[in-house]
Design a protein around this ligand. Sequence first.
Ligand code: MTE
Ligand code: MO
Length: 361
Amino acid sequence: LAAPGIAKPLPAELFTVRGTNAETAPGAFAGTGRITPADRFFVRNHTSTPRLGESEWRLTVWGDGLNGGPVRFTYGQLRSLPSVTRTAFLECAGNGRDYYATQQGQSVTGTPWTLGAIGVARWRGVRLADVLRRAGIGGQAVDVMPRGLDDAYVTGGVSLGRPRRPLPVAKAMDDVILAYEMNGEPLPYDHGFPVRVVVPSWVGIASIKWLGDIEVSATALSSPWTTQSYRMFGAAYPPEGSAPLTRQTIKSMFECAPGTLFAPGRTHHLTGRSWSAAAAVRTVEVSTDGGAHWRRAKLRDTPHRDSWVRWSVDWRPRHDGPAVLLARATDARGNTQPPASVHNTQGYLFDAVVRHRVTVG
Ligand code: MTE
Ligand code: MO
């Protein structure tokens, strides 16, 4: 297999590229609607993008959680099952990680994402529950672990095997999709062609790309992606870390790039987006003076848990100089963005209000 790193073109105005990872560049969401086009959707690869063919592709479902032996599905068989289409955001657990360092002065390991490791897409595929039922899942099943067909991930000279991560059977049977289309087109190579998992509202690592097999187990499963990473370590957590991460958190972004120049004495239309994994965003408050005063932004979309809500606020800056823009979302369950996030060493689930620096002049 060719190992191109990332298969799609990565124009500098659309992406910030770091090795085999690329985040949507600051400002690059501004031209998009509520759905993120695949050609500007972030890519997070532990290794590199494989280019698999659909005719050779097989999905194997196996393990002692099945009543019977392994069951194989071809691409055609999967496509002939009843399909579902649903909008869901996909976000890396480390989205916003860079602000632990730049805003809170704390050291963290991992890709220094700003806020571009998220996108919202329309996913079409089959319910994982339908596939598991056809494969003969039994009442003894506890955990369900999808695994990718990409290369083994080697870190610090040690191979962790191919990316995989268990889901509790209740989540697997609930709203998880095995997707073969993104925004009405076959999945692009970088996003998991021919078939990927989409686990709505959960950390991106759960949404295994280039799906090859699914272990269904009668006992609890783990993987390095639930033990060594994707849990919280640090002073606020027990020595073995928190429980494995499941749901994403709440965040807001401005659509203008940091450093954008605004003319004084004129009215500017500031736009942004907020999202929360727990419930639909209910209100967004914006401050244009570093947090001294806040006012409600106008929501431009019907709030929905699986998507972001776009919002706007008018701003008429008076004086030349640096300005700090802040946006704070609150969701229907009352979750809101705190002034600071609780530190964890791998910088996951940043949720604090981001200080967005621009210039008036
Ligand atoms: N699946 C496989 N097989 N290999 C990977 O490296 N990365 C995960 C997840 N699925 C990964 C994977 C991570 S950490 C994230 S955030 C999402 O895919 C990113 O999905 P995207 O590249 O389509 O945006
Ligand atoms: Mo991720």
